[in-house]
Write a protein that binds this ligand. Structure first.
Ligand code: GLN
Length: 537
């Protein structure tokens, strides 16, 4: 078993997760079996209780784990199987150590960060390595070198490397080389300092990955090589990509990152064959058409809040030979000013997941607009609840219809909590989470798009379509095309006599990959394309 540790220096948001995932792509294409793991130094047990402003999207796995969005990159870039064991936070480590302490596992010892916390971290590396049966385990350490909370993780990987033997471990440090405009220069000092910090802990990187906006010249590479104690050819450049993040593996291959890693780990494997990956990129980068999709949400200023949704749109666009131009539609502005006529020029409207009542009325306005103007509509989780509330109000005439999440006193709770959920008072990890099996109704649009009758999709929500209203909705033409049979819960809804009006209670965005776009996203973009290019308004 070989181990790669990815650390980050200078600043956060360097795209360490993307780098780790892209390295995974390269190693897989060299015939290796790769596993990936993320360590997050914060104390939350998982990111599930954090606001998107703090953390970006919460990425949900099959087993219901609420994880860091980097795990989304891992799944989209590699074939690795992920479960809650692939994302460890300090909170989880401490919880385990404290449980052990209460159970008397430490036999009278003083429980300390070193060795007890660091041992627990190492145990999580070893156990994942064993369980995954991979050839290589890539472990990404979140945060920035120099943060107090990251120290136990760095100490743990140092000890781990010491035990594992020099050619079984590769340290990869992702750092930032800023460009100072006034001086017209790239600066290496922050990198030197961050590597010095790492070396203080006892870790010398084997590969230095320099994130930069301008190319590194020979002189800069030499300087960093000497001052950071890294071989000259192991100082590599990771510039911002021109078009799509899916170019990152190719860029890193050009810089020979995978060769360097294989050299350090003494892995004798053929070079990566990236032809199929190049095909994917070609489709993303040079499509023949363009569609404009309005995303109606409230965390619009945040790139990361709907990460998987945006990625899924790109995958589906490529499959339809379309570039997807995302237009952010502020739900609260819709509320204030009503639907602008320019909405009609969109190819389609997407309402993603969300919590809390801000912007809800605006989203309902958007759903109504899409239904009445026959604009393709795609709802994800909250987006399905919105479509249901809108239909109840404006088609069934239940004017005050709502979800009990937004109006606990509504006379028409078309979306409400199940009794067992009503009893739940704790917030963390108590939603309906993870993959469940769904049955699709024959002949519906969803069933035809999937080309299947039984599917599995991932969930993350508390409120459900209220079954008391099913008949009334159905009589008015609302179609329940997907059902979680085990508990008779509504999973997919759609409208007939509409070019595309489909919404799901689950989150399809967690299962779309560049080489296998999600069928619902694909159908949505196809409908948007149809509207924009074949049926001019
Ligand atoms: N707030 C809604 C619920 O809890 C929708 C959740 C979501 O969109 N993920 O049911």
């Amino acid at each position: 078993m070989k181990y790669i540790f990815v650390t980050g220096g200078v600043v956060s948001s360097l795209g360490k997760g993307l780098t780790a995932a892209a390295l995974g792509t390269l190693l897989e294409n060299r015939g290796l079996n790769v596993a990936l793991q993320k360590f997050d130094p914060y104390l939350n047990l998982d990111p599930g209780t954090m606001s998107p402003y703090q953390h970006g999207e919460v990425y949900v796995l099959d087993d219901g784990a609420e994880t860091d969005l980097d795990l989304g990159h891992y799944e989209r870039f590699t074939h690795t199987k992920l479960s809650r064991r692939n994302n460890t936070t300090s909170g989880q480590v401490y919880q385990q150590v404290l449980d052990n302490e209460r159970a008397g596992v430490y036999l009278g010892k003083t429980v300390q960060v070193i060795p007890h916390v660091t041992d627990e971290i190492q145990r999580r590396i070893t156990s994942l390595a064993e369980e995954s049966k991979a050839d290589v385990l890539i472990t990404e350490v979140g945060g920035t070198v120099g943060d107090i909370e990251g120290l136990p993780f760095l100490e743990a990987i140092r000890e781990f490397a010491h035990e594992a033997g020099s050619h079984n471990v590769c340290f990869l440090h992702v750092t930032y080389v800023p460009f100072i405009k006034a001086a017209g220069e790239l600066k290496t000092k922050p990198t030197q300092q961050s590597v010095a910090k790492l070396r203080e802990i006892g870790i010398t990187p084997h590969v230095l990955v320099c994130r930069c906006e301008h190319p590194l010249n020979k002189e800069l590479r030499q300087k960093m090589s000497v001052f950071c104690n890294v071989p000259y050819d192991a100082v590599i450049e990771e510039k911002d990509v021109d078009h799509t993040i899916y170019e990152v593996p190719l860029m890193l291959q050009r810089e020979r990152m995978d060769d360097l890693v294989c050299r350090q780990l003494e892995l004798h494997v053929p070079p990566a064959n990236m032809t199929y990956w190049q095909d994917i990129i070609r489709k993303i980068v040079a499509p023949a058409h363009r569609v404009r999709i309005g995303v109606v949400g409230k965390y619009l200023s945040l790139q990361d809040a709907y990460k998987s949704v945006y990625e899924s749109l790109i995958h589906a666009g490529a499959a339809n030979d379309c570039a997807v131009q995302i237009e952010l539609v502020d739900a609260e502005e819709l509320e204030r000013f009503g639907p602008d006529k320019s909405l009609k020029e969109l190819g389609g409207i997407l309402v993603p997941g969300g919590f809390g009542d801000r912007g809800i009325e605006g989203k309902i306005i958007a759903a109504r607009f899409a239904r009445e103007y026959r604009l393709p509509y795609f709802g994800l989780c909250l987006g399905m609840q919105i479509a249901s509330i809108e239909f109840a109000r404006n088609v069934l005439g239940l004017q005050k219809a709502n979800s009990t999440e937004f109006d606990p006193e509504t006379p028409h709770p078309v979306i409400s909590r199940l009794e067992e959920q009503e009893r739940v008072t704790r917030l963390g990890g108590t939603m309906r989470l993870g993959a469940q099996t769904i049955e699709l109704k024959m002949g519906t649009r969803a069933q035809k798009l999937y080309g299947a009758f039984v599917i599995r999709e991932r969930h993350r929500h508390r409120f459900e379509f209220n079954n008391k209203y099913r008949d009334q909705f159905e009589k008015a033409g609302f179609v329940f095309s997907g059902i979680y049979a085990q508990e008779d819960l509504v999973e997919v809804i759609e409208l007939n006599d509409h070019p595309f009006f489909v919404a799901s209670q689950f989150h399809p965005e967690f299962q779309s990959k560049p080489d296998s776009p999600h069928p619902l996203f694909k159908g949505f973009i196809a409908a948007a394309h149809e509207r924009m290019h074949h049926k001019p308004l």
